[in-house]
Write a protein that binds this ligand. Sequence first.
Ligand SMILES: [Cu+2]
Length: 676
Amino acid sequence: MRRFPFLPKPALLFAAGAAAIAVFYACSRTATNTSDVLAGNAASKVYVAPGTYDEYYAFLSGGYNGQVMAYGLPSGRLLKLIGVFSQNPETGWGYSEETRPMLQTTYGLVPWDDTHHTELSQTAGVPDGRWLFVNGNNTPRVARIDLKTFETTEILQIPNAGGGHASPFTTPDTKYIISATRFSVPVPNADVPIPSYKQNFKGTLSFITADQPGRMDIAFQVMMPGFNYDLGHAGKDVSDGWFFFTMYNTEQAYEKLELNASQKDKDFIAAVNYRQAEQCVAQGKAKATSSDYFHNVLDEKTRMARSERRTSVKMLDPRDCPGLVYFLPTPKSPHGVDIDPSGEYIVAGGKLATVIPVHSFSRMQKAIADKQFESDVDGIPVLKYASTIGGEVQKPGLGPLHTEFDGKGNAYTSMFISSEVVKWKLGTWEVLDRMPVYYSVGHIMIPGGDSKKPWGKYLLAMNKITKDRYLPTGPELAQSAQLIDISGDKMKMLLDFPTLGEPHYAQAIPADLVTRTSMKFHKLSENRNPDITASEAAGGIRREGKKVHVNMVAIRSHFAPDNLEGVQLGDTVLFHVTNIEQDWDIVHGFGVMGATNSGIVIPPGETRTIKWIPSMVGVFPFYCTDFCSALHQEMQGYIRVSPAGSNVALSANVSAKAATQVERMKQVPRASSAPR
Ligand SMILES: [Cu+2]
């Protein structure tokens, strides 16, 4: 076995002024974590024996891959790639006629996005395993994934936003998830000179109702100054009812931000009293603002997506709602804003800061009561830094980004520039431990680590740039996550595993909170898709002008009908395939030769439709793409395409006798299932 030299390399140097200290940090690390891992019992701690399950589900965002990945922890085994904002040919997500409307936006079908932050739904401040939310950063959208099926069931576009980065963070009761614009833009968007940035560009914070599946909507938006909004988190317990957002570029630069947005020593955290906002909305203080956006829902009964265009949102101006927003000055270009389990501490990650600033919620309340304001911006009071700060973690490392909590009074912060995770104590602010990560770390995640009750056993570090961890794969190397044991006083590196895209954030939850409601198959008797074919006898082919509909069942191990004639060049064929199995994991697939979009995978009990436009005359095979039984290879059929105007009659070899699943199972040899 070839071993690569896993020596620490100098940390990536982004801030020129930080170079000397960064080199110090890099050189001070003598032990590689390879030797740490080999010396301990790390391997046994992540070993999940055959036939046993992982302890946690971890949901990692796929970054520019646009999907969400479900991994098992501690093993790091990839369990599923969940199609969200990107079409996924493995399942036909976004290609099938049933799922395509999910990607509808005011820009048309947008089959790509940049997923950043996964967020589990919560009950009483604790992740509950019902839903997972995730944002699209490019064309601002928020999706709901139903954890019964691990499928995306709802997508809401966010209007009046330029990029949806601070998104989707939930309130402790999942009443709202929020989405703040990353880039400020003219609101409403308009043809204005870019140098008119300070007059015309605005930021918006969106409060999205999220507690009713299929009913997501923008409850209200808050119009903010034209800054860049980065991340957010809801308060909890003592700070329940408030939301906190970080922002950078309070300089309001619009060119060369690398330099021009780093001029001030302090930017802000915005503290938003959303109960106050609710009152102002109820009092009619929000203005109806014409806003164009889509809401797409996968109907639970038909299992078909429908799109609805919406045209207005309620917009609140903080000037019309006193007490709605306060700014907390925060050094410097803050990224993460993380609230500790008690709700008292508001931790900022200042990308260029030399300390980790921690605001105190109770001090903030007192400062507001005492009017400890230093200025205001667009009518929003700016509180004095000294009046809200609860403490500063000194010499934490370089480039603090994100903080999570273990529920035992400790916080963990990722350090992008010095490439480490730093453990420190809430209240005393002392640094307790450091763990080098290879190399530049972005988000970190502790299961439940941003909730009221973290399951503080593991920490997952998601790396931005990961040289040397795996066999080389050309100019671009595999992205990586690293699992760290945080159950003891000192952190221990346990495992590297590769990820897709650049994973921005993850959330994890004990597996049994998800498995208890996991669905095994869709009930065929409840399938309300209008194109369902519930039995072989119901199959067939019919013409509707230039459209030809094929109604087909898939069951081990055949399609019915499986011979189709009478299609002409110039027709569009819609294969409506119903998988009539009622058995766990008996999934069928469908692919037809020359298909220019994708195949489909049809879960048991579902109907999926793929559009096929034949491009030449001939006979074309179709087949099942998902190995389903010993006779899977025999699960095939033909479709004949004749010239336009041909007199070949439309025909499908429909069986007169409706085969039931029970009858079929008598005929088909079946692989034995492993005992569970
Ligand atoms: Cu099959």
